[in-house]
Design a protein around this ligand. Sequence first.
Ligand SMILES: Cc1cc2nc3c(=O)[nH]c(=O)nc-3n(C[C@H](O)[C@H](O)[C@H](O)COP(=O)(O)O)c2cc1C
Length: 159
Amino acid sequence: MNAGDFRAVMRRFPTGVTIVTTLDEGHPKGFTANAVASVSLDPPMVLVCVNRQARSHPLIAQTGKFCVNLLTLEQEALAIRFATHGERDPFETLTYRIHATGAPVIDDVLGYLDCELAEEHSAGTHTIFLGTVVACGYRDGAPLGYFNAGYRDFGCRIP
Ligand SMILES: Cc1cc2nc3c(=O)[nH]c(=O)nc-3n(C[C@H](O)[C@H](O)[C@H](O)COP(=O)(O)O)c2cc1C
């Protein structure tokens, strides 16, 4: 078992792309994430695996709030922006709204899951944050995909 083989296998697993948002003393924060999964329907729960090095990691743990924003095909530039560890605020010029928890819901996303932190589990370099979904929303459109280390058009849309 080596890290290269592990990466090679995971590159073969297609996913959607999200921006997980939270708050830093009232200011919006977020990062691009695809390690997201549905966990439970009753109660509705999702998980997100967050690197302990990510700037949002302590913020999710402290505020107990996060929102999973599912990106559309048209939002690839946002995925790139929120995956870049820089000085520039990725929320600059971005419009968003606050719904239930206070974590930002980015305008025009395909769907969102606004969560209260329920549990956290340490796993290697990451923490698995489990959230109870307290509000959600969705619209029609095409999802942004990720496969073999690149953003993809999976050629599908709702409806
Ligand atoms: C497609 C894609 C998916 C990613 N998924 C995750 C993820 O699930 N969890 C995570 O901690 N980082 C993930 N990252 C990395 C973070 O987006 C990146 O490290 C980001 O810069 C972290 O935010 P920060 O710079 O504010 O610390 C992903 C990056 C890309 C490009």
